[in-house]
Design a protein around this ligand. Sequence first.
Ligand SMILES: Nc1ncnc2c1ncn2[C@@H]1O[C@H](COP(=O)(O)OP(=O)(O)OP(=O)(O)O)[C@@H](O)[C@H]1O
Ligand SMILES: [Mg+2]
Length: 236
Amino acid sequence: MKHKVVQVKNVNRSLSLLRNLNSRSSIIPGLGLIHGPSGFGKTTTVVWMFNQARSVYVRCYATDTPSSFLSRVLEEMNEVPRPPLSNMVRQVIDRMVVDHCSLFIDEADHIVQNTRIMETIRDIYDSAEQPVVLIGMEQIARRISHRKQMFNRISEWVEFQPCDLDDMQKLVSELFEEKVTVEEDLLSYIRNESGGEMRQILVALEKIERFSLANQINSVSRAEWGREPLFLLQRR
Ligand SMILES: Nc1ncnc2c1ncn2[C@@H]1O[C@H](COP(=O)(O)OP(=O)(O)OP(=O)(O)O)[C@@H](O)[C@H]1O
Ligand SMILES: [Mg+2]
């Protein structure tokens, strides 16, 4: 299977989010939120977007402090962190303003309870006025809603949706090495069993690709696949 990012609907929605944040009028706040369940493709999408636009990507950790967070952002900017913290905040703001760059903050669930880090992000946003996008799991929107000053600066959001059949057809046609058709009954089955989760869908599709190559067939239906499990702990 090829290694590439396929522009499924969630990717296109995320691109619109970034486009809207970048072209917003000056009276509209510029925080964005991308959220959804594990394995739906959030990190892949954001890393792909940040490679296309002027932006900085950081991932948060459970152990983060304001200092570790700011140091990581500065490292991504190829800046040497110069404490104290107030100075490091200034460094981040200056670089974002000079480079007109957005900031993507992945695994934000880890910091949403940390008032000092969240306030630091708000300070950065208020001074740099460049888009800042938080990425996290399903519960993050509700958890941020308790932080009014953060919550009311969010003007764009995308909730990642399960892959639909169109998305899955696109995955097959763009990722398989050879032209193989996966019949709709098999795709629907995979979609139902996986709940539309990208990570599981790709595992199943790779098995089908191998099967089609090994058996030299260019179309695979549910009947052809048979009863071999496509997922761990699958009901038979
Ligand atoms: N648009 C895409 N095209 C191709 N592969 C993708 C795409 N989106 C995700 N994937 C693949 O699906 C898997 C899961 O994606 P990813 O890690 O981005 O999900 P996530 O939502 O960030 O999950 P988590 O919440 O667990 O961090 C990865 O292996 C990734 O390579
Ligand atoms: Mg992720």
